[in-house]
Design a protein around this ligand. Structure first.
Ligand SMILES: Cc1cc2nc3c(=O)[nH]c(=O)nc-3n(C[C@H](O)[C@H](O)[C@H](O)COP(=O)(O)OP(=O)(O)OC[C@H]3O[C@@H](n4cnc5c(N)ncnc54)[C@H](O)[C@@H]3O)c2cc1C
Length: 475
């Protein structure tokens, strides 16, 4: 007789582990299966986000930004620190320590919630059975009343520039470089490409970013994207738009990348090439014969708005299902599913999922862009408040970017908020909360914001939408 659980979660990334913890909080008997293996062979919970994505990239973004500011900004503050040097080994050690602290934390959280952790491969079989293959190859079968599939995603590979783990690498390897590449090529000017390009640019690489689309940050508000491109170019990121990569080859320790643009055939030679063209849902070895779980044409597990797969008692959450591939989106889906399983009311508000790019300046947005509001035929008004008029931003030596609010000019409902500037990723939380509560522009206008804070820019942008700003000229 197979061991049985109320809930078995496959995948312990930011979608799976919150599902397991919430299910345990709901007094259900829970197991979680995860096969993550680090480059050094060690096992860890936390999935892509904690081990290879969100956390290590932010650790490196923080360190590289400090290095850059020490070089370029300290003198402005009257701080002399002598010659500034880079000890990349120590920086990488700190990155690894941050990651380890986080992944150990997840293990502790699962344990203290009473979740049974199973490190190895999980495969769904018909009848809500899960075949578990341990690290030593031994197999065991478990049965669940509910199964939550949270197997995540994997980096997309370019057929003409396959990963070799040394010269042509994915984003995970690119946060772990042991030396600063003299010349770094990045394919893809999306979130990951820009973040990693920024890290190595700040640490001294010459960075060339090749982007197939003509539009920079096509998913963002166009005004925000224009400002971002201007800032990144100022920082020396060589972003080439409309550059369609034909292939890459490695010879004599260098990578030659061939691409075509309006001028014709081009090529660059770089020391390392990061391929950051997106991620694909990961379902390898996940579904046994006859489970009834279906994939769509792009390989995502098909689910409804409540993450039900259509097979009774089988759910799927996170990067492996439709929607933005974001840790916080997966987390909320995991929690929702665990609550629905327990018979509680729950839902995810897909209209207000924030997006953040952790470059400097940071970029963050939620809701509709100006272009989307226009296309939807909404009568809209806007307030765009610049950080140059914000006292805190000036004191921080960060008078760059703006807060832009798009609101319905008839109903006053906030439709979208778009921020480029220092701490945009933190500032966007206020906009998310406002939109979650269907706040109007006037609600934001009447909310007291501490002075001097960056968040005053959001307050003033709301005022500006009605030409009532105090701190800038109302046009
Ligand atoms: C460089 C980088 C930076 C990023 N930065 C951010 C950021 O700042 N903010 C943000 O929101 N998102 C960020 N992301 C995206 C984020 O990492 C993902 O959205 C998130 O990890 C998805 O969570 P998940 O739980 O769905 O999947 P994953 O995190 O991929 O976890 C899935 C887990 O399931 C395991 N697994 C898969 N199949 C099986 C199986 N059959 N049996 C057992 N285990 C299995 C995997 O080994 C893995 O541990 C970043 C991604 C990258 C690559």
């Amino acid at each position: 007789m197979a061991d049985s659980f109320d809930v078995i979660v496959i995948g312990a990334g930011p979608a799976g582990y919150p599902a397991a913890i919430r299910a345990a909080q709901n007094r259900l008997k829970v197991a979680i299966v995860d096969e993550w293996q680090n480059h050094d062979g060690s096992r860890a919970y936390g999935g892509t986000c904690l081990n290879a994505g969100c956390i290590p990239s932010k650790a490196m973004l923080e360190s590289s930004e400090l290095f850059h500011r020490a070089q370029s900004e300290f003198a402005l503050h009257g701080i002399g620190v002598g010659e500034i040097s880079l000890d990349l080994a120590t920086m990488q050690k700190r990155r690894a320590t941050v990651v380890k602290g986080m992944t150990n934390g997840v293990q502790l959280l699962l344990k203290s919630a009473g979740v049974t952790g199973l490190q190895g491969h999980g495969r769904l079989l018909p009848g809500k059975r899960v075949e578990f293959t341990a690290q030593d190859g031994t197999k065991k079968e478990f049965i669940g009343k509910h199964i939550v599939l949270a197997s995540g995603s994997a980096p997309m590979e370019l057929r003409t520039a396959p990963f070799d783990g040394r010269y042509i690498v994915d984003s995970w390897s690119a946060v772990e470089f042991e030396a600063v590449p003299r010349r770094l090529g990045v394919i893809g000017a999306g979130v990951i490409g820009l973040e990693l390009g920024s890290v190595w640019r700040r640490l001294g690489s010459e960075v060339i970013v090749l982007e197939a689309l003509e539009n920079f940050l096509a998913m963002a508000d166009a005004q925000l994207a224009r400002e971002a491109l201007r800032q990144f170019k100022k920082q020396g990121l060589d972003i080439r738009l409309g550059a369609k990569v034909g292939g890459a080859s490695v010879a004599n320790g260098a990578v030659t990348v061939k691409y075509g643009d309006k001028q014709g055939e081009q090529s660059i030679v770089v020391d390392k090439l990061v391929v950051a063209i997106g991620r694909r849902p990961y379902t390898q070895g996940l579904l046994g014969e006859g489970t009834g779980v279906e994939l769509d044409e792009r390989g995502f597990i098909k689910v409804d708005h409540e993450c039900r797969t259509g097979v009774d008692g089988v759910w799927a959450v996170g990067d492996v299902v439709r929607g933005p591939m974001l840790a916080h989106k997966g987390k909320e889906e995991g929690v929702m599913v665990a609550d629905l399983i327990a018979g509680h009311f729950s839902e995810v508000n897909y209209r207000v999922i924030p997006s953040v790019i952790y470059t400097a300046p940071e970029i963050a947005w939620v809701g509709q862009t100006e272009e989307q509001a226009k296309a939807a035929g909404r009568p809209y008004k806007m307030g765009v408040f610049p950080f140059t008029a914000n006292g805190r931003a000036r004191a921080m030596e960060a008078p760059v970017g703006f807060v832009k609010i798009v609101a319905d000019s008839k109903t006053d409902e906030i439709l979208g908020v778009h921020i480029i500037g220092a701490m945009a990723g933190e500032l966007i939380a206020e906009a998310v909360l406002a939109m979650e509560y269907s706040a109007s522009c006037e609600d934001l206008q009447r909310t007291i914001h501490a002075h001097p804070t960056l968040s005053e820019a959001t307050h003033e942008a709301a005022l500006l939408a009605d030409k009532r700003s105090i701190d800038t000229i109302n046009r």
